[in-house]
Ligand binder design. Sequence first.
Ligand code: K1U
Ligand code: ZN
Length: 179
Amino acid sequence: MPLLKILEFPDPRLRTVAKKVTVFDADLKIQVDNMFETMYHAPGVGLAATQVDYHERLIVIDVSVEKDQPIVLINPVIIARTGDQLMEEGCLSVPEIYAEVARAAKITVKAQNVDGTEFELEATELLSVCIQHEMDHLEGKLFVDYLSPLKRERVRKVLEKQRRQRKAKANKKLVEESA
Ligand code: K1U
Ligand code: ZN
């Protein structure tokens, strides 16, 4: 199965608002499988379709240590939220940047599975944070949007530098291989 390319901030495609999934077919199952493979490989604990340039309301998550508790949320809606929690977040679309974000502590989410069957899920701690983070992606929102404009500008510069360094390293490798 192919690994999907993860878009990186400030790619404008990350700002797309995803559309509702209406067709639950074999292609959707393939997309889900490819997203799980991409998330486990990264490695990450969640991945929203938006991050792989697929603009439908689809999320995959696995916050378990053994990586054996995959969760698929299609057309997720938060139907209840209580309390507050502050947790450090990361994002595969904003590599190597971590920041604390305030989120609801406990949520109940209603969603569909790959067959279109509706279910409800209660979540706390990392699972709750991860669901809220991934649902933000479906709205074109990133965790860095919660930072001050100054901090966000700093993040953009750090990522720009990371990109330049990656490019220089790849060019050096090419030169060495062709020598
Ligand atoms: O949306 C994403 O890019 C995935 C993101 C999910 C997330 C993590 C932590 C708080 C909120 C949302 C990640 O998976 S970042 C990578 C990460 O946190 C991680 C990677 C390997 C093991 C454990 C955590
Ligand atoms: Zn993210």
